[in-house]
Ligand binder design. Structure first.
Ligand SMILES: Nc1ncnc2c1ncn2[C@@H]1O[C@H](COP(=O)(O)OP(=O)(O)O)[C@@H](O)[C@H]1O
Ligand SMILES: [Mg+2]
Length: 281
């Protein structure tokens, strides 16, 4: 049986002035899988996410969620349908506790908001949902801490918990490890792996760290200059010549196999994010 395609873009395009940030992108994401979108800086990855979440309206093309055309709907309608995206730390309420932050998200999404007669029961449900989300991200032990007291890596986990509390069918994660210290990265990857293992949601992620991408993805879509240049399993992507061409030919000398450099790069040094060989700046 064919797996359900939960999210599909059909020739989606978005131009800024004369620049085609997305030049007709078609992807199909099967339900309950983890798809990673990779590509050099400026390839159009964030633009694609902005189109899917309704921040931008496409210049052309269609976006289907569970087969329903959601092209051009405003962001809040798309979020309500079940396509959620994590926002940056600025969305946290620093003076509220970790649990309160997550519970507010559950409540905002909840269906009972205006039924005061149900409020006690609903509040208990929201609290349970919030606790479950905190358990998934490994922050339950910090539930009573104020959000502002969290370390940076913990705040990123809290953002994911807030997203989980809204019960998204599809989660969009744009560079979840960006700006993290080396020590914090494994913790966030573990969280993403745990969500994937729960098999109840679809994850669409942009990530640069290739060792992570190859380890965690069911499938990878490679963008360059606003177009899909390759798609496949991690093994297929590593072997793909077009992908190699897009990533190599740089002075960095890094390969898709991870952070090993051809020029004897220090293995203890952090690999750069994808070289910007194709960036059009
Ligand atoms: N709001 C915008 N206005 C003008 N140009 C934009 C805007 N957003 C993105 N772009 C341009 O579109 C291209 C793709 O950007 P982006 O989707 O952010 O790439 P990526 O996330 O892959 O690095 C870049 O050339 C970028 O400068
Ligand atoms: Mg981006």
């Amino acid at each position: 049986m064919e797996p359900e395609i939960i999210l599909e873009t059909v020739d989606v395009a978005k131009s800024f002035g004369g620049l085609a940030a997305n030049a007709g992108i078609s992807i199909k994401v099967p339900a309950r899988t983890l798809r990673t979108v990779i590509g050099p800086n400026g390839a159009g990855k964030t633009t694609l996410f902005n189109l899917i979440s309704g921040i931008y309206k496409p210049t052309a093309g269609r976006i289907l969620f569970r087969g329903e055309d959601i092209t051009g709907l405003p962001p809040h309608r798309i979020a309500r349908k079940g396509i959620g995206r994590s926002f940056q730390i600025t969305n946290l309420f620093p003076e509220l506790t970790v649990l309160e932050n997550v519970r507010l998200a559950a409540q905002a999404r909840g269906r009972h908001s205006w039924h005061l007669w149900r409020s006690a029961e609903a509040l208990r449900e929201y609290a349970e949902k919030a606790e479950e989300a905190l358990r998934t991200v490994g922050l339950l032990h910090r539930a009573r801490a104020l959000a502002r007291e969290l370390a940076h890596g913990e705040k990123r986990k809290l953002e994911i918990a807030i997203l989980l509390a809204t019960d998204p069918v599809v989660m969009l994660l744009d560079e979840p490890t960006a700006g993290m210290s080396r020590e914090e990265v494994p913790g966030i990857i573990e969280v993403i792996e745990r969500i994937k293992a729960q098999r109840s949601r679809t994850i669409l992620m942009v990530e640069h760290k290739m060792d992570i991408v190859l380890g965690i993805s069911d499938a990878i879509t490679v963008l360059a200059q606003g177009e899909v240049i390759a798609e496949g399993t991690p093994a297929e992507i590593v072997a793909n010549e077009a992908v190699q061409a897009a990533y190599l030919g740089t002075t960095h000398g890094y390969t898709l196999a991870g952070s090993r450099g051809r020029q004897g790069a220090d293995p203890g040094r952090e690999a750069p994010d994808i070289p910007a060989a194709q960036a059009r700046s």
